[in-house]
Ligand binder design. Structure first.
Ligand SMILES: CC(C)(COP(=O)(O)OP(=O)(O)OC[C@H]1O[C@@H](n2cnc3c(N)ncnc32)[C@H](O)[C@@H]1OP(=O)(O)O)[C@@H](O)C(=O)NCCC(=O)NCCS
Length: 177
C-alpha cells in the first residue's frame, strides 16, 4: 500500500479535511453502522474484522478531521468515519468487495476519493485488473464506476438477495496498456 496512514489527503469537499487511511479496530463501530444504513443484506462486524488481514485484503476508511488540527495530532481524537472501501487481492487481480459512504456524507466526492485511493494503492502493488459487482438498479454506484472507467464484462443472474436482482460484473484495467 502506498505511504503512511495519513498520506493521500484530499480536501475541498467541505470546510473540513477528508483523509483516507487504513482501517483500524476503533473504526469498526461506525463502519458497521454505515453498512447497516447502506445495504439490505449487510456484512457483520466479524466480516469487517477479517478484512484487516493485510496480506490478502485492503480496507480503507475516509475520515473527516478538523482542518485546524494537524494530521499528526488527529489519531488521538475521535475519528469521524464517513465511508470505507474493501478490496480482496488475488495475485494480479483484485475485487472491490465493499464500498459505502454514510448517507449524510454522500455526493461530496467521498466515494470517488475512496475508489481512487484504493485503485492507486492496488496499481502500486502491481494489480492489473480490478473487478466489482453492482446491483443492476444501483444507478448512483454505476454512475460512479462509469466515471472511473469501469466497463461491464458480465452479469450474474439473481446474485443479490433482499431483493433478488442480477449483478453486473464490472472491470477496470489499472495498468497502462
Ligand atoms: C455509491 C456510493 C458509494 C457513492 O458515494 P458518494 O460519496 O455519494 O459518491 P461521489 O460523491 O463520489 O459521487 C461521484 C459521482 O458518482 C455519481 N453518483 C454518485 N451517487 C449518485 C446518485 N445517488 N445518483 C446519481 N449519480 C450518483 C455522480 O456522477 C457523482 O458525481 P456528481 O456528484 O459530481 O454528480 C454511495 O451512494 C453509497 O454508499 N451508496 C450505498 C451503498 C452502495 O450502493 N455501495 C456500492 C455498492 S456496489
Amino acid at each position: 500500500m502506498g505511504g503512511g496512514p495519513w498520506e493521500a489527503a484530499a480536501t475541498g469537499v467541505t470546510d473540513r479535511q477528508v483523509l483516507v487511511r487504513a482501517a483500524q479496530s476503533r473504526d469498526l463501530d461506525t463502519v458497521v453502522g454505515i453498512e447497516r444504513a447502506s445495504f439490505a443484506d449487510p456484512w457483520s462486524r466479524e466480516s469487517f474484522e477479517s478484512c484487516m488481514e493485510p496480506q490478502r485484503m485492503r480496507f480503507l476508511v475516509a475520515v473527516e478531521v478538523d482542518a485546524s488540527v494537524s494530521a499528526a495530532d488527529t489519531p488521538s481524537g475521535e475519528p469521524r468515519i464517513l465511508g470505507y472501501v474493501v478490496a480482496l487481492l488475488l495475485f494480479d487481480e483484485a475485487e472491490i468487495a465493499n464500498l459505502a459512504v454514510a448517507p449524510s456524507a454522500q455526493r461530496r466526492g467521498i466515494g470517488c476519493l475512496l475508489l481512487d485511493r484504493m485503485s492507486a494503492d492496488l496499481a502500486g502493488d502491481g494489480v492489473q485488473s480490478l473487478y466489482l459487482d453492482v446491483r443492476e438498479s444501483n444507478a448512483g454506484a454505476r454512475a460512479l464506476y462509469a466515471s472511473r472507467s469501469f466497463e461491464e464484462v458480465g452479469r450474474r443472474r439473481r446474485y443479490y438477495r433482499h431483493p433478488t436482482e442480477d449483478a453486473l460484473l464490472l472491470k477496470r484495467n489499472l495498468q497502462p496498456t
